[in-house]
Design a protein around this ligand. Structure first.
Ligand code: 5GP
Length: 159
């Protein structure tokens, strides 16, 4: 799949094999381009972090690649390679600023997973004991040989 590629300075399309897409540039690309205001925590040539306007808890930050593509796995290799460092530093900043011992890091990778903005990003927000914000997804143990079957499936899909 050929992702759309945007120049953040001029916000014009540089390369795409797709027809014009009305949802691009995303709100995040427009914030990164300075066309919409945003409260930045940091920014470098690959990633930026800014405050979410609807925080789960105060200081809720979004880690956003400058490269615009919807899915995490479609990001360029250098962007992905830098992710661990930027995420660890953002988690540390959220903890320090919030005086919190715990942080949730969440990525909604696709609309069915709750992704509203079609520009890959990670959420980091502080958690406190008994704050009532537990993500309570229903979970059930595997039945029969399903654990092995699913392990085989994922190993086969690994690349
Ligand atoms: P998603 O559901 O796509 O994982 O999360 C998108 C997040 O972007 C939401 O938490 C939402 O509050 C945030 N958001 C949407 N529009 C804006 C905006 O214009 N500015 C900022 N800072 N955050 C936004």
């Amino acid at each position: 799949m050929q992702p759309n590629v945007w120049c953040l300075a001029c916000c014009s399309r540089l390369a795409s094999t797709r027809p014009p897409d009305p949802v691009m540039p995303s709100i995040f690309t427009r914030i990164l381009a300075g066309q919409v205001s945003g409260q930045f925590v940091f920014r470098d040539d690959l990633w930026a972090a800014l405050l979410d306007i609807r925080p789960v808890s105060p200081g809720h930050a979004l880690l956003i690649p400058l490269y615009e593509t919807q899915y995490l796995a479609d990001l360029p290799a250098p962007t992905l390679a830098a992710l661990g460092d930027r995420l660890a530093r953002l988690v540390r900043a959220v903890k320090t600023a919030s005086n919190a011992d715990a942080v949730n890091v969440v990525i909604n990778d696709g609309p069915a997973a709750g992704q509203e903005v079609p520009h890959a990003h990670l959420h980091a927000f502080a958690r406190f004991p008994e704050d009532g914000k537990r993500m309570a997804w229903p979970a059930t143990p595997y039945a029969g040989g399903d654990l092995n079957i699913w392990a085989d499936r994922l190993r086969a899909a690994w690349r």
